[in-house]
Ligand binder design. Sequence first.
Ligand SMILES: Cc1cc2nc3c(=O)[nH]c(=O)nc-3n(C[C@H](O)[C@H](O)[C@H](O)COP(=O)(O)OP(=O)(O)OC[C@H]3O[C@@H](n4cnc5c(N)ncnc54)[C@H](O)[C@@H]3O)c2cc1C
Length: 407
Amino acid sequence: MPLSRPLESSYDVIIIGAGASGLMCAQTAGYRGRKVLVLDHANKIGKKILISGGGRCNFTNMYTEPSNYLSQNPHFCKSSLARYTQWDFQGLVAKYDIPWHEKTLGQLFCDNRSQDIVDLLMGECREAGVTVRAKAEVQKVVADKDRGFQLITSQGEFSAQSLVVATGGLSFPTMGATGFGYEIAEQFGHALIEQVPGLVPFTLSKKWLNHFSDLSGVSAEVTLSCNEQSFRENLLITHRGVSGPAVLQISSYWNPGDRVMVNWLPGINTDDWLQEAIQQRPKAQISNVISEHLTKRLAQTLCDYGKLRLLTDNGRKPVAQFTLAELDALADELTNWGLEPTGTEGYKKAEVTLGGVATEKVSSKTLESQLQPGLFFVGEVLDVTGHLGGFNFQWAWASGHCAGQYV
Ligand SMILES: Cc1cc2nc3c(=O)[nH]c(=O)nc-3n(C[C@H](O)[C@H](O)[C@H](O)COP(=O)(O)OP(=O)(O)OC[C@H]3O[C@@H](n4cnc5c(N)ncnc54)[C@H](O)[C@@H]3O)c2cc1C
């Protein structure tokens, strides 16, 4: 294997983290003529990009809006998102002739593999004259009034006028995630917003699992609601609880102890549907009527559980035998079904980290620290977290691009 060239020691810009935001920031700065070094401790560049979107990287979302992001300051992301849009990134994808498709809800995926996006980013970095180094662990950062930032790393000491923290969040530690960016933020006086796994599957009680885990692998389109947020997408039953896009989305709004309300019949007028069933097939067992909208096994399992068990006589009761009050109770149970997660599957399975570096002392225009000149934060390390669907990468591109114009 060829040995890599020895690195120079002094740069205009050093970026810690060769992920989505770091590489975007690097190329933008490089094209401005800045001498840029990107350091990553992982053995491979862009590991999280490679596993993203099930290996096909959901690289942006056509309907990206600031309302797709959670933050203590919901206005913070607006400036970056407006100055580097989903169309800008699509332009880059076109430049590299990467085939893509819209899967659903504006989510743009690679047709082939996520590697295409890493190749795009590395191609741009090369063209912009950026040096990218893997297996380079940053151990210590010191700020010096005259000499800028000094970095002590596993590959030697480096200095730069500007330092960009692009170390991402805590999810998927096996892919290189660390809390190092938060340590640097604290070192320079920045407050942190508590970090919590986001876009993460829920775990459920033993009792629930005993009843439902036979359905592992079964999914249904539902609406999930919690803390005044709702998402209508698929829910997937797993061996440990529930997952699927609807669950991942609502998990970012869930706090321990909260109930999540499940509407098993989204978009259905339950009064009309039940009345029609009474008229047209009065003797039909209610579990069969319900299975017109859910799979037969799911309908039966729901009828065998909790309040529905008594109400439906384990699904056997003919639809015409329900009193009006019972029909109301049935409709209410099917559309306001309480799910009580015992927890989440944590950072091991979370796609993102909620919280992070508080945005209050970071400029939303330049992404520069207001406490330490020359220090920048981009991407997921900041307290900005997107919904599922390509929004997190769009934030990484946008924030990386904006900081790249000022470093
Ligand atoms: C399984 C999975 C699937 C996902 N799928 C999607 C998707 O399809 N669409 C989407 O929009 N989002 C997706 N995400 C989220 C998305 O990957 C992240 O939001 C995005 O990568 C954040 O970019 P970033 O540059 O801030 O951080 P990252 O891309 O995580 O990059 C941070 C880099 O910093 C490096 N680093 C950390 N600490 C140090 C240190 N001390 N020294 C040197 N380097 C360090 C890491 O090795 C890493 O390479 C997914 C996440 C996961 C876990």
